[in-house]
Design a protein around this ligand. Structure first.
Ligand SMILES: C[S@@+](CC[C@H](N)C(=O)[O-])C[C@H]1O[C@@H](n2cnc3c(N)ncnc32)[C@H](O)[C@@H]1O
Length: 194
């Protein structure tokens, strides 16, 4: 890891630590509406192998999807760079009476002692990582044989997000892309790959 990368990580960590307390106020972040939560649970069930498969939620943030996954009966590990985000996620999981293992870590270079997962879920992080194609290669290596990578990305009014030309360069990293669909209701794009 270069000094530049370490400095960038520091800035990113500070940014998300500061955002953690109010992150869930956005409806699409906190998923406080029971109908919205149910819609996400149904999507996750459709995309993922049956519970109790092991799932890594990369860039889990305040744990809004993490807790849904645990409630669906998955064995969940959450990973995020921001200690404040992980603190919120831990509290949310506890309040729901669920158990999840959390790691504070750079998702671009996950150090998980050779652990493998039946699936990796990542919502709204890949776009923000430098060299996303290389990161995808590392994530695929974390999958157990036949494992599945579920990417949920978007492109927002602010200019943030993944545009089509960047997505197509990343597709080559994914051995079997099953679908790359635009979900207009959620204004997000979802990719499921093995
Ligand atoms: C837009 S939020 C998405 C949170 C969550 N996935 C969700 O959908 O609600 C992006 C998250 O990625 C985390 N993050 C940013 N850079 C990261 C990195 N290099 N490694 C791990 N997590 C990172 C942030 O701390 C933040 O929690």
């Amino acid at each position: 890891m270069t000094v530049d990368h370490e400095q960038q990580l520091q800035k990113t960590r500070q940014y998300w630590d500061a955002a953690a307390a109010t992150f869930d106020d956005e409806p699409d972040h906190g998923l406080r509406d029971p109908l919205v939560r149910r819609a996400w649970s149904e999507h996750l069930t459709n995309w993922l192998p049956p519970a109790p498969a092991s799932i890594l939620d990369v860039g889990c943030g305040t744990g809004s999807l993490t807790v849904l996954l645990a409630e669906l009966g998955y064995e969940v590990t959450g990973l995020d760079l921001s200690p404040a985000m992980v603190a919120h996620a831990t509290a949310k999981v506890r309040a729901a009476g669920q158990r999840v293992t959390f790691w504070v870590m750079d998702a671009a270079f996950p150090q998980l002692d050779g652990q493998r997962f039946d699936a990796i879920v990542c919502r709204h992080l890949l776009w923000a990582l430098p060299q996303p194609a290389a990161v995808l290669r590392r994530w695929v290596e974390l999958l157990a044989p036949g494992g599945r990578l579920v990417l949920i990305e978007g492109y927002w009014e602010t200019g943030a997000g993944l545009r089509a030309h960047r997505r197509s360069s990343m597709r080559s990293q994914l051995p079997q892309m099953e679908c790359w669909c635009s979900h207009s209701a959620m204004r997000q794009r979802c990719g499921v790959a093995r």
